[in-house]
Write a protein that binds this ligand. Structure first.
Ligand code: NAI
Length: 272
């Protein structure tokens, strides 16, 4: 169902790799709500993914940009304003990657070159995106910037590895940069903390199937899907949430406030 919540709004969406990507679902929903946008991803992802198909569905143009490269980001922002015909109203940062996770390096046995690369891609890139937008004065007043995080930033999930640290960094950047963006440009910055979701990045985490089943059993409403996340993001891009900023917003079926659920307890109780 469409409510035209984003009619006339223009944006940039990072991180749509394939149809499972949270950014893909968000792009589809933003399009349905009347928003127009540029799609972007790392040059390597252009070759692996199916972003061309998404561009066709949503009538969007694609600009390749490595989110760790300031030069690529400057080019992206300038070109996006040209394509969209003016300043930007919304930005989705939906980027995450850990080489230690991908290569199966345990948290207690990091390859720090990989750790640094993961931090650059998953967390510092959010600062770089915002600094580029801020310096270019590219955001319209009452614009909205959203990035995605996971609960392992705040509580221990052993197999989330160095991504837990990257997400803690990302969340801090949202608050710190969000202050300046709010004060100087009237732009809001928020983070959505999403349930485990079966995507390329998500499924890379060791024991992901157990992870997702446990979260589902713990959450009174069950896990939030990628589409739920897309819908939540649409509200944050809309004018209905104008003064929500610097927040870490949980889209997790209630997981973050649970101690234990009946469904999880059942597996430990002796029924004899
Ligand atoms: P995904 O694998 O579909 O998306 C990750 C994206 O990051 C890909 O499109 C990839 O090409 C892009 N990327 C990697 N390196 C890049 C670079 N140097 N420059 C630009 N883009 C780059 O997976 P998903 O799950 O949709 O991930 C989106 C966001 O959601 C990530 O921040 C992830 O950590 C977060 N998240 C995911 C959860 C899950 O369980 N899937 C749970 C909570 C948060």
């Amino acid at each position: 169902m469409s409510y035209n919540l984003l009619k006339g709004k223009k944006g940039i969406i990072f991180g749509a790799l394939d149809e499972n990507s949270i950014a893909w679902k968000t792009a589809v929903r933003v399009h349905e709500e009347g928003g127009t946008f540029v799609l972007t991803n790392a040059p390597v992802a252009m070759r692996m993914g199916q972003i061309d198909e998404l561009a066709k569905i949503t009538g969007s143009q694609i600009i390749a940009a490595d989110a760790t490269s300031e030069e690529d980001l400057q080019n992206l922002v300038i070109q996006s304003m040209e394509i969209l015909g003016g300043k930007i109203d919304f930005v989705l940062h939906s980027i995450g990657m850990s080489i230690n996770v991908r290569k199966g390096n345990h948290y207690t046995n990091q390859n720090y070159t990989w750790t640094q690369k993961g931090t650059d891609v998953s967390a510092m890139s959010f600062h770089k995106v915002m600094q580029t937008l801020y310096k270019a004065d590219a955001m319209n007043e009452w614009g909205s910037i959203v990035a995605l995080t996971y609960m392992a930033s705040q509580r221990v999930f052993p197999d989330y590895n160095d991504m837990a640290d990257n997400k803690a960094y990302l969340e801090s950047v949202a608050r710190s940069f969000g202050y300046f963006f709010g004060r100087d440009k009237k732009v809001r910055v928020n983070i959505i903390s999403q349930s485990p979701t079966p995507t390329t990045a998500g499924s890379g985490v060791k024991g992901f199937d157990g992870f997702i089943a446990y979260a589902d059993k713990m959450s009174p409403l069950g896990n939030a899907t990628a589409m739920d996340c897309a819908n939540y993001t649409v509200t944050l891009f809309s004018d209905l949430t104008k003064r929500v900023t610097l927040q870490n917003l949980y889209n997790d079926g209630g997981f973050s406030n649970m101690g234990v659920s009946d469904a999880v307890m059942e597996t430990f109780v002796d029924n004899q």
